[in-house]
Write a protein that binds this ligand. Structure first.
Ligand SMILES: NC(=O)c1ccc[n+]([C@@H]2O[C@H](COP(=O)([O-])OP(=O)(O)OC[C@H]3O[C@@H](n4cnc5c(N)ncnc54)[C@H](OP(=O)(O)O)[C@@H]3O)[C@@H](O)[C@H]2O)c1
Length: 339
C-alpha cells in the first residue's frame, strides 16, 4: 500500500507557551512495513501538558524531541498493513504514534485495544493515560478513603475530571477548582461534585476554599501548583495528603511562584508527594480494569474536547496552558469507523 504520510515536525523550542510556529508540516510517502513492523492510520492523538517539556532542551523523564523530528505524541491508530502475526488489518491499537497520519512502527510498541472494555473514544478518554494518572494519584498516592474531604484543582481537565469522580465514587465530599463559570457548572451539574470554585473570579482563593470546605481538606489533588496549591495548604486537616500531580500554572512562569505555606505540612503532620504515571507501567492493567468497570456502569465520564484534523495539533498544545480546552484535549486525525 503506498500513500502519503502527513507529518508535523518540531521546528523550534518554546520559551513560554508553545506556539504554532514552533512546528512545521511536511508530507512524505508512507513507508511499507518491514519484518515485524506495522503500517497504521492515526485516529486520535492525545494532547498533553508534558509535551511542552519534550520540546525543550532539558532531558526530563523523557529525552527531548530533536529539532526537525516528528513531534512525539501518543494516541490510537488502526492497522492498515502488518508484517507481524500479532496484528491484523483493521485492528485498533494504542501507541506512541507521533504527530503523523500514517506511522510505520515496530509491532512491539503497539498495544491492542480491548474493545470489550470500551470503544476508541473510551480508550482515548477515561481509559487513556489521564484516567490512569488520576487512578494512581487518587488511590495510591492520595490513599483516598470514604468520607475524605477532597479538593481537586484543574478539575474540569482530563486528569481532574477523573480524579474528582474517583473521589465521588469513594463517597468523599468533593470540591473542584476550575477556570470559568461554564466549567464550574459542568462540574456540579454533570459530574455531581459537591461544589466548584472559579479561581478566575475569586479575589481571595483561600477564603473561597474555606467556604467550600468548611471542615478543611483531607486530600488535595493538585494539578496546577503555584498560588492554587499555596491557598489549599492553608486548609489541610491533620494528616492530610497532598498529591502533586502537575504544576501547569508554573510551566511558563518566570520566575516561578514561591510557595509560602509549606509550614502547614509540618503543623498538620501532612504528607506531600509527587508521582509520574509512567512509573506505574506494570500496573496499568489494574487501573484500566477498575476504570472500565466504573465507565461501563455510567459512573465515570470524561468530556472530550476534539479538534478535527492533524493541522490543528500545533495550536492545540498552547490551548492547555491558556485553559481553552473544555475537557480532555484530543486531535482527531482519522475516521473512527475506518471509512
Ligand atoms: N504526574 C503525572 O504523571 C501526570 C500525568 C498526566 C498529566 N499530569 C499533569 O496533570 C495536569 C492536568 O493535565 P491534563 O492533561 O489533564 O490537562 P488539562 O487539565 O485537560 O488541561 C490543562 C488545564 O490546566 C488549567 N490551567 C492552565 N493554566 C493554568 C493556570 N495558570 N492556573 C490554573 N490552572 C491552569 C486549565 O484549566 P482551567 O480552565 O480550569 O484554568 C487547563 O484546561 C497537568 O499539570 C499535567 O502536567 C501529570
Amino acid at each position: 500500500m503506498t500513500g502519503t504520510n502527513h507529518r508535523i515536525l518540531l521546528r523550534s523550542r518554546p520559551t513560554g507557551i508553545p506556539q504554532p510556529d514552533n512546528f512545521t508540516a511536511d508530507t512524505v510517502p508512507t513507508r511499507p512495513p518491514a519484518g515485524q513492523e506495522v503500517l497504521l492510520e492515526t485516529i486520535f492523538l492525545s494532547i498533553d501538558p508534558a509535551m511542552r517539556s519534550w520540546m525543550t532542551e532539558n532531558p526530563g523523564y523523557q529525552q527531548p524531541v530533536p529539532l526537525g523530528a516528528v513531534m512525539r505524541g501518543g494516541g490510537i491508530g488502526r492497522v492498515l498493513e502488518s508484517k507481524s502475526s500479532h496484528f491484523q488489518p483493521g485492528e485498533l491499537v494504542q501507541a506512541r504514534l507521533g504527530w503523523q497520519t500514517h506511522p510505520t512502527l515496530p509491532a512491539r510498541y503497539l498495544q491492542k485495544l480491548d474493545l470489550t472494555r470500551g470503544d476508541a473514544l473510551a480508550w482515548i478518554g477515561p481509559l487513556g493515560l489521564s484516567g490512569v494518572t488520576a487512578y494512581f494519584g487518587m488511590r495510591d498516592i492520595g490513599a483516598v478513603k470514604p468520607g475524605d474531604r477532597v479538593l481537586v484543582s484543574g478539575a474540569a481537565g482530563g486528569v481532574g475530571q477523573i480524579a474528582a469522580q474517583i473521589a465521588g465514587i469513594e463517597a468523599c465530599h468533593v470540591v473542584g477548582i476550575a477556570g470559568g463559570t461554564a466549567k464550574c457548572v459542568y462540574l456540579v451539574n454533570e459530574l455531581h461534585l459537591d461544589a466548584a470554585i472559579d479561581y478566575k473570579t475569586e479575589d481571595d482563593l483561600s477564603a473561597a476554599i474555606g467556604k467550600a470546605c468548611p471542615d478543611g481538606i483531607d486530600l488535595d489533588f493538585d494539578n496546577v501548583g503555584g498560588p492554587t496549591l499555596d491557598a489549599a495548604l492553608l486548609h489541610l486537616r491533620p494528616e492530610a495528603r497532598v498529591v502533586l500531580c502537575g504544576r501547569i500554572s508554573q510551566v511558563a512562569a518566570d520566575p516561578p511562584y514561591g510557595i509560602h505555606n509549606l509550614g502547614q505540612i509540618l503543623t498538620r503532620r501532612a504528607r506531600m508527594q509527587g508521582f509520574q504515571v509512567f512509573n506505574y507501567h506494570d500496573r496499568y492493567e489494574e487501573a484500566r480494569a477498575w476504570l472500565a468497570a466504573r465507565h461501563q456502569q455510567g459512573r465515570l465520564r470524561q468530556r472530550l474536547h476534539v479538534l478535527e484534523g492533524l493541522h490543528h495539533a500545533p495550536q492545540a498544545l498552547g490551548m492547555l496552558f491558556r485553559g481553552e480546552n473544555n475537557g480532555k484535549l484530543v486531535v482527531q486525525v482519522g475516521n473512527i469507523e475506518g471509512r
